[in-house]
Design a protein around this ligand. Structure first.
Ligand SMILES: C[S@@+](CC[C@H](N)C(=O)[O-])C[C@H]1O[C@@H](n2cnc3c(N)ncnc32)[C@H](O)[C@@H]1O
Length: 235
């Protein structure tokens, strides 16, 4: 993969039991969420049932705000979207002249991406990955691989091995009291990000934004933050 900044929507962050600038006490204890995962079957079912509250019809405000930081003046990049779903930002960045590579479990999500943007595509098997398929826009600048990313490697190792030195990686996590909601989305403390990526990346927390809504109140929460990190691969 060539110079490949990437944007990931995923996990959560914190400051090791320190009250942050928002005044909230966050801890590295993930409570009952330890070892919790959403299984492959659960993800596929979410797509089948249309239970996709995680998908946003509009571009993520933090990606829009920090796009310049990610691009750092570069054009024609190859941008990786792990766990891409049908993220609308893929079309947006492709329209800017970058090429986009995504990985997604759900074939339905991939097909919905192309149909909702009226993009013609072709489909072919990927011989190296059992059951894997590549969906590529006819224009050639959007390539979405349909497979289980864990068939490629463990997630953090994949990112570390795949991206070139000096690549930038925008990572969004969510932060809330994990003892009040079982997830998903799951709370992942900053300590975990440091433990996964600290050996090979400079990690900078760019912003924490209040994303609390009625939905989160109904989950029993009293705060819900999005935390944006910039990871720079230095090793
Ligand atoms: C939080 S959603 C991201 C959705 C995306 N931002 C969008 O707008 O559609 C995570 C996505 O990762 C996919 N996914 C989950 N586990 C996966 C895996 N092991 N391999 C590949 N994709 C996976 C899910 O199907 C889901 O579409």
């Amino acid at each position: 993969m060539s110079a490949s900044p990437s944007f990931l929507q995923a996990l959560p962050g914190d400051m090791d039991h320190a009250a942050d600038e928002s005044g909230l006490l966050e801890g590295s204890d993930v409570g009952s969420q330890k070892e919790r995962v959403v299984t492959e079957e659960e993800w596929l079912q979410k797509w089948e049932m249309g239970n996709i509250g995680f998908h946003k019809e509009h571009k993520h405000p933090l990606l829009q705000k920090y796009l310049d930081v990610l691009l750092n003046g570069r054009s024609g990049l190859r941008i990786f979207f792990p766990l891409c779903g049908k993220a609308v930002e893929m079309k947006w960045l492709a329209d800017m002249g970058h090429s986009v590579v995504g990985v997604e479990l759900s074939e339905q999500a991939v097909k919905e991406f192309f149909s909702e943007h009226s993009l013609p595509y072709c489909e072919e098997p990927v011989s190296e990955i059992s059951g894997g398929k590549l969906f590529q826009s006819t224009s050639g600048n959007i390539s979405l691989y349909c497979c289980n990313i864990y068939d490629l490697s463990s997630y953090a190792s994949l990112m570390i091995n795949l991206v070139e030195k000096n690549s930038s990686y925008l990572l969004v996590t969510v932060s809330y009291d994990p003892n009040k909601h079982k997830g998903p989305p799951f709370y992942v403390p900053e300590s975990e990000i440091k433990s996964l990526f600290g050996n090979c990346c400079e990690i900078k927390c760019l912003e924490k934004v209040d994303d609390f809504s009625e939905k989160h109140r109904q989950w029993g929460l009293d705060y819900f933050l999005e935390v944006l990190y910039l990871l720079k691969f230095v090793a």
